[in-house]
Design a protein around this ligand. Sequence first.
Ligand code: NFE
Ligand code: MG
Length: 627
Amino acid sequence: MSFFMKRVVVDPVTRIEGHLRLEVEVDEASGKVNDALSSGTAWRGIETIVKNRDPRDVWAFVQRICGVCTSVHALAAVRAVEDALGIRIPKNAHYIRNIMAGTITAHDHIVHFYHLHALDWVSPVEALKADPKATAALQETVLDTYTIPVEDTGKFDFSAYPKYFPKATTAYYKEIQGKIKQLVDSNQLGIFAANWWDHPAYQVLPPEVHLMAVAHYLEMLDKQREIVIPHVIFGGKNPHPHYVVGGMSCAISMNDMNAPVNSQRLAAVETAISLTEAVVNYFYVPDALAIAHIHAQKGSAIDGGGLAGVRVMGFGSYPDEPFAGHADFASAALVRCDGVVENFAQGLNNARYTALTGKDLEDSAVITENAKHSWYENDDALHPWDGETNPNYTGDKNGNKDRWETLDKDNKYSWVKTPRWRGKVCEVGPLARYIVVYTKIKKGIVAPTWAEQMMVNQIDHVSKLLNLPPEKWLPSTAGRTLARALDAQVAAKMEKYFFEKLVENIGTGDTNIANTLKWEPSSWTDGEIKGVGLYEAPRGSLSHWIVIQNKKVKNYQAVVPTTWNACPHDDEAGNGAYEMSMMDTHVAVPDKPLEIVRAIRSFDPCLACAAHVYDSKKKTLSIVSTD
Ligand code: NFE
Ligand code: MG
């Protein structure tokens, strides 16, 4: 390391799910990050505990991989088993699963923006300097300027939701400011403690934006509970709602007041969906857009794109009708983000799209995972159906196993594996979905569905507002955060769309909720069968791969969005999305690498998913150390 190089370690990264360590080398003079390393620091091995079990039980185990993207692993698991067994689920179950997918996506993004990521942009200390009257006026301006119109939704009628949103008056903002002042004066910042509040990056926004955003932070602590009501009605509870192989387990009976799904409960779902739309359209999207716009105008946070501008991947999302296995998945999708786009940062003309077909998924050369730099045995690139998960923990560079100094970059340094597409690393997530769909539609590769048209409109709307072409803002830290807000807007719309389909279908007299034809294992072959369950989870492309033999699970592998993004580097393919993003980020104050954690949090890291994690013996550690 040269004299001017500062080594900065952030461990653990807080306000994320799971355990993540970052090591970066910053050039003190230029603020350029020369090298960066991302490490998932604990492991749980859930893939191994489902081996030899009944495939019908797997969803309940793997769902516990994570309580944040709660339910996504269950959905991927039932899809994998249904794919292997050749089960097509009934319409009602399919629509309900899509409503729940929209619910978790909107909920997850809202919680991420307001409760995990906001404090990278917004400071309660700055909020104290705000004028409450000007803040109330600002709230109106933000609504007028930054609302993205969505078909069928007029300007939000606040009077319809007095219970949800207190009117943004001067008195309201005064009261919020009083609460913050009490916290700051008491020197007990509680949930707002341990941040670099004196960092110059917080000065980019005027004090009124800070106060408005902190107020919305507090509002959303409460609202997020009501947004997940569809999970509670259709899945019995949240987190970890119930699924079943072949459909859903919630019986439908419109007139029976005790039925899991009846007219009264559907009305509660509809209310929750309306609330979600209101929160996303009139709070989340305008707040995120206002913050991003002010930053972009000052040239801030539009770095950090890294791999996003080079290569992104998706599987497809929200199949419109029940589909026949993985080969049929993408063509049934309303959001056909299936495939890979390379070089988006070079503009649409230079962007290259490559399809990812059902056949590709079966090809052992297309999707692989390797553990060359991960704490597992066997360094070979293996197709997930042949994947292995046998731990081989080697500690840090000096063999320290309990407390690390420097991770062993040239050897093993993470519990996250390295997934690859055709030997190359890819970024996944909402940003990737937007890049793939935007490229496909603008290049005329497919004619848009209503959802894809909505996505293109959103991107064009934001580009106009920011006065930047998509290739300049989308692959960036701010772009990743904005894409998540836009994705939530699509998710809320999907909830409504599939809710209407569900109600209409039940109206025809169809109350079928599960296909039980293949429920009995006696109807299955004893031979080896394979399946893959695909799903665009909140953080990106999720795939669960199952091999069944003698009616038991022979192998199970989850290749998770955060695994794609947080992976250690690959000797041939280079760095993964987190590492690339850090190397593409400018750091103003090396001891307080706010821009680095902001870039990483824009991915909404979930290391619990990525490493399917548990608390190893290693106790953590300093918040930040430098040398
Ligand atoms: Ni634990 Fe997850 C999502 C999955 S992680 S949050 O979204 O799958 O990448
Ligand atoms: Mg895995």
